[in-house]
Design a protein around this ligand. Structure first.
Ligand code: FAD
Length: 449
């Protein structure tokens, strides 16, 4: 199908909208992106969104396809594993995968700007300060409101809702027949804090790690920035004790940090300012179906917002773009065939990563400090080293293996847990794990698959 005279509107110039715009303009479409916010290239990032993100294999693969992976890797900081900080400030390092496997800390705004610039250079037109207020899925039209409250309606061949977790495109679709929708907040919110760089941009903590202060019912994490600073995120309950509701005075905040994160607190000179100024933002899982109505569809967080504990929200959104592009290849740009197939393929994967992300919160805030859990990880790492194709740990399947679908990773992980529960129940396992019959364990998983 000829693409040159087909016009596509994308709601949202976030990470996913900008990447999809680039993919589609490379296919020859005339792409217009409408973004509610001002042009981020002229404005500093609004506080409250995560400042940096973990970019991993799925995201990188899509960036590779549009020719951006190398440029992004140059400004990313590799994080080879988790560095756990206990209450006394003692450190334990746990690699994420095998030697040479790592995730990448990348600035959200830098990445978004690179995507917008590249899409613009490829012919995409961006319209900032333009809020989409309504979509007509029968007419494939969008209604836009300008900052002067001027309202206009425009018709396209395809309309995309890449407008995030609180998507206006999805909200319109919610009023249509048999549209399923759920949103579920967790009881924790997050607040961003800051560890500045040392003298001459020195890193106060290990640079090549994602730092975690696991405290059972809550946690703080820190990701490195290229200037030597770290962005910390406190994941903390809104209510109860302790919670955001109890940290209401400067004294309470300082005391809490000094006793709960003593090594980090020493490195946070602007703690009180940051804590009092930055919002406590909520964390939500959004599920909906269908994602497609005629020639209007949802992608990225608009279709499947997840909690951030697997570092996969953006990666999943980028993978959406890659898979949609492959389906357009396969179906020669027949959207009426590609879109239903896109939804059919991606919905189970989006549901799987949503569950895995929720589970991983428990792992990060609590289990990483648990001796049994650490032993499980050691046994799994050895299984993976000995039988790399037969036993791939869940974290690796999700983070380093783009050919394993999220839904497959989920299913395999349940079987692995069943096998590992049995292994861990063996008497004396703590002392004798090295003499396990690893071959038999790896093969038992193959039999279950
Ligand atoms: P968004 O980034 O939300 O972009 C949507 C865009 O649409 C925005 O620019 C918005 O202004 C615009 N918009 C909204 N409404 C309208 C409208 N009505 N009209 C026009 N424009 C509109 N993911 C990872 O992969 N790794 C991580 O490490 C990671 N860490 C995270 C940490 C935190 C604390 C959070 C909250 C999320 C994290 N994520 C991470 C998830 C990631 O941020 C999202 O999955 C990603 O931003 C989704 O991109 P998107 O383009 O779909 O949506």
């Amino acid at each position: 199908m000829a693409t040159a005279n087909k016009a596509i509107a994308i709601a949202g110039a976030g990470l996913v909208g900008s990447l999809l715009a680039l993919y589609l303009s490379k296919r020859g479409y005339k792409v217009s992106v409408f973004e509610r916010r001002a042009d981020m290239r002229k404005n500093t990032l609004q506080a409250g969104r995560s400042i940096n993100l973990a970019l991993s294999t799925r995201g990188l693969k899509a960036l590779e396809e549009v020719g951006l992976a190398d440029a992004i890797k140059k400004v990313a900081i590799p994080m080879h594993g988790r560095m756990m900080h206990d209450l006394q400030g003692n450190l334990t390092f746990q690699p994420y995968g095998k030697e040479g496997q790592f995730i990448n800390s990348i600035s959200r705004s830098d990445l978004n700007i690179v995507l917008i610039n590249k899409a613009e250079a490829s012919g995409v037109s961006f319209h900032f300060n333009q809020r989409i207020t309504h979509v007509d899925t029968d007419k494939t039209s969008i209604t836009i409101m300008s900052p002067e409250n001027h309202i206009s309606t425009h018709t396209f061949d395809v309309v995309v809702g890449a407008d995030g977790a609180f998507s206006a495109v999805r909200q319109t679709m919610q009023f249509s027949e048999r549209f399923n929708f759920s949103q579920e907040y967790i009881e924790h919110g997050y607040k961003e804090l800051h560890i500045p760089a040392g003298i001459a941009g020195a890193f106060h903590l290990e640079k090549k790690a994602l730092h975690i202060w696991p405290r059972q019912s809550f946690m703080m994490i820190a990701l490195p920035n290229p200037d030597g600073s770290f962005t910390c995120t406190l994941f903390f309950p809104f209510e109860g004790s302790p919670s955001f509701a109890t940290l209401t005075s400067d004294r309470a905040i300082e005391d809490f940090f000094k006793t709960t994160f003593p090594d980090a607190a020493k490195l946070m000179p602007s703690l009180l300012d940051d804590f009092n100024r930055n919002p406590a933002s909520s964390l939500v899982t959004v599920k909906c179906s269908p994602w497609v109505r005629n020639k209007t569809f949802l992608i990225g967080d608009a279709a499947h917002a997840i909690v951030p504990f697997y570092g996969q929200g953006m990666n999943a959104g980028f993978e959406d773009c890659r898979i949609l592009n492959a389906l357009l290849d396969k179906h020669h740009d027949h959207w009426d065939i590609a879109l239903p197939e896109f939804q059919k393929q991606r919905k189970p994967d989006a549901d799987a990563i949503a569950k895995l992300a929720l589970d991983n919160f428990v792992e990060m805030r609590d289990l990483v400090a648990d001796a049994d859990f650490l032993l499980r990880k050691k046994i799994e790492a050895k299984l993976h080293t000995l039988y790399p194709k037969k036993w791939i740990p869940l974290y690796s399947m999700v983070t380093f293996h783009d050919h394993v679908r999220y839904s497959e990773a989920y299913t395999i992980s349940r079987l692995q847990t069943k096998i590992m529960n049995e292994v861990m129940s063996r008497p004396g396992i703590q002392d004798q794990w090295e003499s396990l019959d690893f071959k038999a364990i790896a093969e038992s998983l193959q039999r279950e698959l």
